[in-house]
Design a binder for this molecule. Sequence first.
Ligand code: ZN
Length: 251
Amino acid sequence: MENKIYFDFVKELLRLNKINNYSSKVIGYKKSKILDESFPIYKVDINKKGSKKFCIVAGIHGDEIAGPYSVLKILENPKFFKKEIHYQIFPILNPSGFVLKRRFNDKGRDLNCLNKKTLKSENYKEIQMFHEEVKNKNFEVFLSMHEDLDISKVYSYIFEKDTKKIYRKLFSNERKWKAKRIYGDKSDGKGLIINVHDHSLEDRFFSMGKAKLSVATETPGKLNLERRINMNLKNLEVLNNYLLGSMFSEQ
Ligand SMILES: [Zn+2]
């Protein structure tokens, strides 16, 4: 019964893809014994001819739902997508966690981890499907939308030593931290954290040189869902404009 929540999401995703002519495909099936289900995992490709590559990932942690619903919101609005930009979107990478309303997948694993171990283990099939899709690709921007369910303030993780202006534009109206460290990690004092290498997707994309900009954003679970989605939509606009701007500056 509870699997329905995922299939309702998929139904809406496919409806939007159809009316707007977006191309989407199933990158693989996540089989779950405990949920007695085989969940299709989707990728949506928009403007395949666009020269700028933008990878958007959501729903790696199952209970962080603002990311997946933010994806549906942009898909509702075809004007968001600029022809110069090729969008490669993974709306929910962790369907079993989404159904179970918990961070980890049905095997109790944290999927935000890309390394030799997770590329071999039976417990991380979702990450292997994702890796298969991106392993030969490079991106101008990699964005992973997360949530911190226990707080009411936003923050982001990056891996560069200097905090570029573009990162500081994310959550621009919401940067309420006044702390040099967040969860023990160094920050710019306002919620931009320069993370240690943790094998997360955003870390791997940056350190392997697969993405020029790589960032994980954390919306606050203590605020209502609509507000969190709106924060993501603003960030997506900022990154969109950044990509368009970088295009013109190269000409
Ligand atoms: Zn997360």
